[in-house]
Design a protein around this ligand. Structure first.
Ligand code: HEM
Length: 473
């Protein structure tokens, strides 16, 4: 139920910097979004009025309690922000932009596909792709730098395409890669645009985008058609989606819905994980003591062997490293909501149909909830520390009913990547390489991350965990 009445005086509006008519503070924000949002949160507090964005009023909300209120407690009053509707140009009516009953039905249908057990069955496939990448790395001339972000993009895209569509030919992966680059360029340029040229206006960017989308559509529809006409289907996520049946409505997904959901999973399912992994390698390279502790865990739990699904709960420190990396560099650095009715947030009046920015990046660095927030410190994610913090001081995967459906997939994949790579290599940042955040659709490293590989040699001498336990008793 949408909360019907609010008691706050409509004149009690949140503070914020003065802006221009129609475009509010957008020009300032777009110059350096992360700095701008961090600064205004610090200066004006937990709810900031950022002025107009077209016909809507734009706000930034950062306090964990208010984030919880929007995503969880009063989520019936909130729909996905209107600016994110641009993503429909790629995913059509996919899960990430659906609302109401049609969202509920689709989520019910798709949820089992991303269940822990189902994702667990993908561990071998993930490991094979990581092993293949490591084999390629073995052929690289010593000291030659690699762009680790590009490597992680290639890896997570390969894993996703194999898991989702059983695509594993290099040509097809390369083709999808190129299509994604064009889609990303378009998405990023349109996300915060107040005025948008319709796609039929033949600008070079529009034409490139339309061509890429047609190509992607052709590939995806061809795969769906082939699956429908074949009895012997591969065991992948698409097959699960095709078999999904909703007992309440008595139906499954049509070809068009399948196309939209494939595009949704493709759009949300690899770029974010690749960015998080790239930032993690960067952070580890800057903190040898933390890297050392990670190696200790890996050597102790795995003793040089390939991780299995059963190992993952024992790789606690690996998970803490990833969690801390996502605190500092949350792949989804911002997302938005629009409120259906006027609401009270943090004691302020928010008029109906506002555009509300929720930024994990800003909340994750609030000094009221994080001591020395700029420091990289995985110990913040011990069970006790997590329990002592408000739930929404940390929300890299969002929250409430729209929480990321791919969280288990992403965490499993990322833990395996860190475990397998760090067992074999230390990654060093190339001296002088600039590392800068680029907050576009996801939080990318602007110039990639150039790193060199340094093979670790001692792991084969490390006793297995059981042997260690025996030695210590
Ligand atoms: C580190 C990796 C990832 C991060 C940081 C991330 C982050 C997020 C966030 C913050 C949301 C909520 C957005 C909102 O409430 O507006 C979300 C939703 C979603 N994510 Fe992820 N995600 C990741 C990986 C994945 C993967 C691997 C998949 C699929 C394989 C995926 C599929 C989706 C989908 C379909 C939604 C929409 C869910 C709905 O609206 O019901 N994500 N993700």
């Amino acid at each position: 139920m949408v909360k019907q009445s609010i008691s706050v005086d409509p004149r009690k509006t949140p503070p914020g910097p003065r802006g221009y008519p129609l475009i509010g503070n957008l020009p300032k924000m777009l110059q350096n979004p992360l700095q701008f949002l961090t600064d205004v949160a610090q200066k004006y507090g937990e709810v900031v009025n950022l002025g107009a964005m077209g016909s809507q009023q734009l706000y930034l909300v950062t306090h964990p309690d208010s984030v919880k209120y929007i995503l969880h407690e009063n989520n019936h009053n909130y729909v996905k922000g209107q600016n994110f509707q641009i993503i429909k140009q790629i995913i059509g009516e996919g899960l990430a932009v659906k609302e109401g009953d049609s969202w509920r039905r689709e989520r019910r249908l798709m949820q089992p596909t991303f269940h822990r057990q189902r994702v667990g069955a993908l561990v071998n496939l993930m490991n094979e792709s990581i092993a293949q990448m490591l084999q390629n790395w073995g052929n690289i001339e010593s000291g030659k730098p690699l762009d680790i972000f590009a490597q992680m993009m290639n890896l997570t895209q390969t894993i996703l395409l194999k898991s989702l569509l059983s695509i594993d030919s290099h040509e097809q992966i390369h083709e999808m890669n190129q299509v994604w680059d064009t889609a990303y360029e378009y998405l990023s340029s349109q996300l915060w645009a107040v005025f948008r040229l319709p796609l039929w206006v033949p600008t070079p960017k529009n034409r490139r985008f339309v061509r890429s989308m047609t190509k992607l559509d052709n590939i995806v529809y061809r795969i769906i058609r082939e699956r429908r006409s074949c009895d012997n289907t591969p065991d992948d996520l698409l097959s699960m989606l095709m078999d999904a049946y909703d007992s309440e409505s008595g139906s499954g997904l049509t070809d068009e819905q399948l196309r939209d959901e494939i595009m949704t999973i493709f759009t949300g399912g690899f770029e974010t994980s690749a960015a998080v992994l790239a930032w993690t390698w960067y952070l580890l390279s800057q903190h040898p003591e933390i890297e050392g502790k990670l190696h200790e865990e890996l050597d102790c739990v795995l003793g040089g062997r390939t991780p299995t699904l059963e190992d993952l709960p024992n790789l606690q420190y690996t998970k803490m490293v990833l969690s801390e990396s996502m605190r500092l560099y949350p792949g989804a650095w911002v997302f938005t909501r629009t409120n259906l009715q006027a609401d009270e947030i943090g004691g302020y009046y928010i008029p109906a149909n506002s555009l509300i920015m929720l930024s994990p990046y800003v909340t994750h660095r609030l000094s009221a909830f994080w001591e020395n927030p700029q420091d990289f410190n995985p110990e913040r994610f011990t069970r006790e520390e997590v329990a002592a913090r408000p739930r929404y001081a940390y929300y890299p995967f969002g929250g409430g009913q729209r929480q990321c459906i791919g969280e288990i997939f992403a965490m499993t994949e990322m833990q395996l990547v860190i475990a397998m790579v760090a067992q074999q290599y230390r990654l060093h940042l190339m001296p002088g390489h600039p590392v800068e955040e680029e907050p576009m659709f996801t939080l990318r490293p602007r110039y990639g991350i150039q790193m060199t590989l340094d093979a670790r040699s001692s792991i084969n001498n490390v006793p297995l965990l059981d042997e260690r336990k025996a030695l210590s008793t």
